[in-house]
Write a new protein. Structure first.
Length: 275
């Protein structure tokens, strides 16, 4: 399936607020991207023509924001509603190999669903990780991440260590894993599930603010064991256009695209092959 026929859903409830800029980015890449309220998948309180089925889409994105006001903890309310309403449909969706992505608040949601780091088979489960409050509070700034060369299919062939500029804007992004975090990080390294790590602009160790939240192991993004579920704390849609880059006035002007473009382009290209 070509990207121009690729249907992509951006799942939203009250409090999500990055859905439209992500829709603009995915649409510019040729996808048929649509913001879908959770109740449209539930078939609740919507007219018939507004109802949607998850099986109609090749990929599902859970965008950033403050879903459910981040009450209880970030992502917990959204995750509980997904689990109670479309949980079986989501498991079937993942079993087919289709892509599920969580960005910032979406990463928090997927962690609360037990899908990240996750178990083989894409089954929902008890959370075995949490994205806690940052060591130094809320951060909103340019940050850099480095591809770790893991199991994530869209970046296969990309040299490990390739850096991306993705802005960060979160207050709860410190990854803490159940059990012995140091040992769990080693396991995730061995299984290739660490998608991105925070790095300094020169690729060196990310002393604050380059690791903006204090996440152990400098983890900025994870995948499930199969690589078709991924979450990352920074926002690739906020570096999609060159004009969004903090240095565009010094490095060639606002025309063209940024690092978010090449990342999301790779995701859609692979999602089109799966479906």
């Amino acid at each position: 399936m070509g990207r121009r026929n690729l249907r992509v859903a951006l799942l939203a409830i009250e409090g999500t607020n990055c859905d439209d800029e992500l829709r603009v980015a995915l649409t510019r890449l040729g996808a048929r991207a649509e913001v879908v309220q959770l109740k449209q998948f539930e078939g609740r309180d919507v007219v018939a023509e507004k109802r949607r089925r998850l099986s109609e889409y090749a990929a599902l994105f859970v965008p950033g924001g403050f879903s459910g006001g981040d009450y209880v903890r970030a992502g917990a309310i959204f995750a509980a509603r997904i689990r109670a309403s479309i949980g079986p449909d989501l498991e079937e969706f993942l079993e087919s190999g289709r892509f599920l992505a969580g960005i910032c608040n979406g990463f928090q949601v997927l962690t609360e669903l037990g899908l990240l780091p996750g178990r083989r088979g894409g089954r929902l489960g008890r959370p075995d990780a949490v994205l806690m409050a940052n060591d130094r509070g809320y951060t909103c700034r340019p940050t850099f991440v480095s591809w770790q060369g893991g199991v994530f299919p869209p970046l296969q062939g990309t040299p490990p260590g390739t850096r991306y500029l993705f802005p960060s804007a979160h207050g709860e992004g410190k990854l803490v894993l159940g059990g012995d975090t140091a040992e769990r990080l080693k396991e995730l390294d061995r299984s290739g599930q660490i998608l991105f790590r925070w790095v300094a602009p020169d690729g060196g160790p990310p002393i604050f603010p380059w690791n903006p939240n204090g996440s152990e192991g400098d983890v900025a993004g994870l995948t499930n064991p199969e690589g078709n579920v991924f979450g990352l704390m920074p926002h690739p849609e906020r570096s999609f256009f060159r004009a969004q880059s903090p240095d565009f006035t010094r490095t060639g002007g606002p025309t063209g695209y940024g690092d978010g473009h090449r990342f999301l382009q790779a995701v859609l290209a692979y999602a089109g092959r799966v479906t």
